[in-house]
Design a protein around this ligand. Structure first.
Ligand SMILES: NC(=O)c1ccc[n+]([C@@H]2O[C@H](COP(=O)([O-])OP(=O)(O)OC[C@H]3O[C@@H](n4cnc5c(N)ncnc54)[C@H](O)[C@@H]3O)[C@@H](O)[C@H]2O)c1
Length: 272
C-alpha cells in the first residue's frame, strides 16, 4: 500500500477534546492538514474558535464547540450533534486534561513542602481525577454508541509517560490519573475490539504547551526536563502529529490497547 493510502485520514470525521491548545491542537492540525473534518471540543470558547479559524484559514475543515468534558450530558449532546450534522464519528481524540501542579521535588532537586503528600488539598485531587480520568471515561462512553452503530471507530487517548513511571517533578494526583488512564485504555481496547473500535494511547513526555499555566514553556523548565531526556530536549506539540496520524489512519488498523510513547526517550531514563 502506498503511503497516501496507508496514512489516509481524508474525509474522516474527527473530534478532538481540548483541541484549542497544545497537544490537542497539534492532533487537530495533523487531521485537518490531511483533509479530515475536525470538530474541536473545548471549554475555552475563544481559544477553540480562534484555533478553528486559524486551521480553516489554511484550508482545513474545522469547527469548534464549547463544552466542559467533565459535563457528561454536554458531551453526549455534542457527540449527538456531530453525528447528526456530519453523519459519522470516525475518530475521537480524548485529549483534554489538566495539571495537578509541580511534584514533591523541584527541578533544582529540593523538596517542596507545598507539594508534600499530606499538604495537597483534596480539591486538587478531585479536579485532576475528574478531568483526566472521569472525563476520558465519559468521552468514550459518549462516543462508543455511535461507533458501534456505524461498525467502526478509532479512539486515541492522550495519556502520558506518567502512566507507567513515577515522576518526582510532577504532581502525584496527575501521575495517578494517568496510571488509571493506562488501564482504562487497555481494558476498553479489549472490550471494544470485537466492535472494530481501536482504543490506543498517545503518551507524550514533557511537552511545551499551556498546561499548568504554561510552566513547560519557561526556559528553566525546558532545560530541567530536557536534561532528563535522552534526546536532550522536551517535546513540542508538532512532535505528536506523526503518532496522531498513525493512530487515526489505516496504518494502525491492527493496533489496539497500545501506548505509543512520543517522549524523546524519556521513558528509557536519564542517559547522561
Ligand atoms: N504538556 C505535557 O507535558 C503533557 C505530557 C503528557 C501528557 N499530556 C496530556 O496532554 C493533554 C493535553 O494537554 P496539553 O499539554 O496540550 O495542555 P494545554 O493546556 O495546552 O491544552 C489543554 C486543552 O484542554 C482544554 N481543557 C482542559 N480541561 C477541559 C475541560 N474540563 N473541558 C474541556 N476542555 C478542557 C483546555 O482549555 C486546553 O485547550 C492532557 O491530557 C495532558 O495531561 C501533556
Amino acid at each position: 500500500m502506498k503511503i497516501d493510502q496507508l496514512f489516509c485520514v481524508r474525509d474522516l470525521v474527527a473530534i478532538v477534546t481540548g483541541g484549542a491548545s497544545g497537544i490537542g491542537r497539534a492532533c487537530a492540525e495533523a487531521m485537518a492538514e490531511n483533509d479530515a473534518v475536525v470538530v474541536l471540543f473545548d471549554r475555552d470558547a475563544d481559544g477553540a474558535a480562534r484555533a478553528a479559524r486559524e486551521m480553516s484559514a489554511k484550508g482545513g475543515r474545522v469547527t469548534a464547540m464549547t463544552l466542559d468534558v467533565t459535563d457528561r450530558a454536554a458531551l453526549e449532546a455534542a457527540m449527538g450533534e456531530v453525528r447528526g450534522a456530519l453523519g459519522r464519528i470516525d475518530v475521537v481524540f480524548a485529549n483534554a486534561g489538566v495539571s495537578g501542579g509541580p511534584g514533591f521535588v523541584g527541578l533544582d532537586g529540593v523538596r517542596d513542602s507545598k507539594a508534600a503528600f499530606e499538604n495537597v488539598a483534596g480539591e486538587v485531587w478531585e479536579r485532576v481525577l475528574r478531568t483526566n480520568i472521569m472525563s476520558v471515561q465519559a468521552t468514550l462512553a459518549a462516543a462508543v454508541p455511535h461507533m458501534k452503530r456505524q461498525g467502526h471507530g478509532r479512539i486515541i487517548v492522550t495519556s502520558s509517560v506518567s502512566a507507567t513511571r513515577t515522576e518526582p517533578h510532577v504532581a502525584t494526583a496527575y501521575v495517578a490519573s494517568k496510571g488509571a488512564v493506562g488501564q482504562l485504555v487497555r481494558q476498553a481496547a479489549m472490550e471494544l475490539a470485537a466492535y472494530n473500535i481501536n482504543v490506543n494511547a498517545l503518551a507524550p513526555g514533557p511537552t511545551a504547551t499551556n498546561i499548568g499555566g504554561g510552566r513547560l514553556q519557561a526556559a528553566d523548565a525546558q532545560k530541567g526536563f530536557g536534561a532528563l531526556t535522552p534526546m536532550r530536549r522536551i517535546g513540542m506539540p508538532d512532535d505528536m502529529k506523526g503518532a496522531a496520524l498513525f493512530l487515526a489512519s489505516p496504518a494502525s488498523a491492527y493496533v489496539t490497547g497500545a501506548h505509543i510513547a512520543v517522549d524523546g526517550g524519556a521513558l528509557l531514563g536519564k542517559a547522561d
